[in-house]
Design a protein. Structure first.
Length: 184
């Protein structure tokens, strides 16, 4: 698995985990106003997913999908999760194709900029993952304030352990590393 695929899989898994934990929240909680992010948990989740869709469409030279601007009350957690699953698979496929063809430094046109600008595909893929991380931290803050328990830290190491199906990382006995700290 490439580093880009790890970033994108971690990004989707962590967002999905938070959406899943929000599934039973009432609309009043999802739409409660906070002084962070896009002001509500629902709007911040919608922004994360909509951003993934927007950048995916830009990098694949597709027209912007119409569901990226669904009014907030129609963005149920189930609908957002469905949209996330679709765009996450598309981004992972795109990332694999970009990496496989060594196209990370190839440009795509961001026609939403005025005037349109060219940006590297690799930077666009990394942007999607880091943008999501930023807004997920805001979602975690709102969810803590709403009393949601069991919030994942959302770090890449925890995702990797989950992805590998490990309850814990193996002990280091007998393991060696090709990377060593430099001697002082």
């Amino acid at each position: 698995m490439t580093i880009a695929e790890r970033l994108l899989r971690h990004d989707a898994w962590t967002t999905r985990s938070l959406l899943t934990l929000s599934a039973d929240l009432p609309d009043t909680a999802l739409d409660r106003d906070f002084d962070i992010g896009h002001r509500t948990l629902r709007r911040t989740f919608a922004h994360i997913v909509g951003n993934m869709e927007c950048w995916c469409d830009l990098m694949t030279a597709q027209p912007q999908r119409s569901n990226a601007h669904i009014p907030a009350p129609l963005n149920s957690i189930a609908a957002l999760t469905g949209r996330l699953d679709v765009v996450a698979a598309q981004l992972i496929d795109l990332g694999n194709r970009v990496e496989g063809a060594n196209r990370q430094d190839e440009y795509f046109v961001d026609y939403l900029d005025c005037p349109p600008t060219k940006k590297p595909l690799g930077a666009g893929l990394v942007h999607v993952a880091t943008h999501g991380m930023h807004h997920r931290a805001q979602c975690r803050y709102m969810m803590r304030r709403l009393g949601v328990d069991g919030l994942p830290e959302g770090d890449a190491i925890s995702w990797e352990r989950h992805h590998l199906g490990l309850a814990a990382w193996p002990a280091s006995e007998g393991l060696t590393s090709s990377f060593r700290r430099p001697s002082p």
